[in-house]
Design a protein around this ligand. Sequence first.
Ligand code: ADP
Length: 458
Amino acid sequence: MRAIFKQPLRNYVIGLFMLISIMGIILWTTHSNIILFGATLGVLFIIIVLIFMHVLDKYVKPLDPIIETVHEMVQGHYVTRVQQQASGKAGELSKEINILAQNLNELSTNEQIQKEQLSTIINNTESGIVLINEKGYIHFVNRKFINMFGQTTKHYHGYLYYDVLRYEEIHQVVQDIFLHEKNIKAFFAKKDHLKTSYIEVLGAPIFDENNRFKGSVLVLYDITDFKKLENMRKDFVANVSHELKTPITSIKGFAETLANGAIHNEERREEFVQIIYDESSRLQLLIEDLLTLSRLEHDGFYLHISDTDMVELVESIRPMIALKAEEKSINLNINVEDVQADLDRKKVKQVILNLLNNAINYTADKGEVSLEVTHEEKQLYIIVRDNGIGIDQELIPRLFERFYRVDQARSRNTGGTGLGLAIVKHIVELHDGHIEIDSQLGEGSSFTIMLPIERTSE
Ligand code: ADP
């Protein structure tokens, strides 16, 4: 039909039929002939059918692919397009629908990207996140929350917070937010088997655009490491105070005794003055070690690296340590390879001195202490050995803690501050080196320091 009634032929045919019908009607009204009337009606009917088919063909059929496309879009498939190119108004409509589909597709792609970015951030954040609606039902928990509190999202989503969150402190936070509609902060200890973690909860109310309360969001941080650091800092302050208190009390006590008359007793006077001198030296040593540690830990601290001759470095230490060894009749054995290394000379000297001092302090009279400096490829080895009291294997990891002493009294008697190995560890780490301790209780110890011989930067 479409082929036969192509424009403008179709219009001519329609026009011709219309002319015939009008002429038929005129003829019939003038001649009242029934056959003529019938023929006119037949022609009229054909004309109406043709007009109907024409309208259907031109205006209704092109709408089919458009309706199909809109239907697809309603279902969220924005990549769909009207494929058939119609002419006239239907064609214009197709173009507009295609533009609309393209815009909606871009919008939905952007929305999808934003959603994915948000979900990536929320799920990869280091805090647990929980969303609770205004009725108290949990809407969302992130991955970190699941890591912290166990179970799966299914266990939480859609449940009342007090049915699935087992910590009373969290309930209290949610209740306070619901009651006061303001930010609430709390803190609690979470105990799992033998492990205790410390959790901080920050809760905030959520409001919609009309400022109506819509629920709350909880952010949970694991602050165990922070808490440990805080405890270490508190312990350190307590330890420093304690360490300072002992010599100061002693100095004050003996000074008072002297002032109260002992100054006139020649024998006691000398003894007391000697004690005051020893205690103040101890105090000075402690303060020096504290200052050294504090400098080493300072962010701005840097090493003064120079090409160091190890034989020469050890020779500068020898007189300082030989005297001490002699006092205890300790046999000091020093063996140094002729090697150069990129080191902070002063700091490495302090490491060797601290280790040798310890070796002599914790070895009985007439014992053996040795220092060996050797190298292998690009690694320098500084090994200090003794055949002294040794250290219990279990206690070895604690030796580098500040003020840690295996035997408090013994360390104090030797004049130790309890900071020597903490300083050693810092200096070695600043040189990108390591320490190994090998010790047998009652048999002796060996401390091995490994340092890179060459440094690329600094
Ligand atoms: P201190 O000033 O008490 O010696 P350090 O930090 O140098 O402090 O050493 C910590 C503790 O490690 C000492 O108190 C001692 O108990 C133990 N220690 C260190 N070196 C030796 C060693 N060579 N032999 C046995 N114990 C040692």
